[in-house]
Design a protein around this ligand. Sequence first.
Ligand SMILES: [Zn+2]
Length: 83
Amino acid sequence: MRVFLERSIIKPQLSDVRCNSCGRDVDKTNIGYFEDHVSLSKTWGYHSPYDGEAHDIDLCVDCYTDWIAHFEIPPCAESLAGA
Ligand SMILES: [Zn+2]
C-alpha cells in the first residue's frame, strides 16, 4: 500500500513583460495573452565581450521595428498567411 502526501508546489507565473529598450509594459490581450513581442535568450561564450553572461531580452514590436531598421541585411520574412 502506498500513502501519498498532498503538497503544494509553487510555480513561477509570468505576470508582466517589460520592453528592455523603452521600458513600457507589453499589453495583454482580452484573453490574457501578451501582445506579440520578441524574447531573446543568449548565453555568451567565454572570451566574448560578455564572457559567460546569460542575457534575457524582451522587446515590444515598436522597438523591434526600430532595431531591425538599422540592419544591413533585413530578417528573413516568411508569411504564415496563405500557407
Ligand atoms: Zn519597446
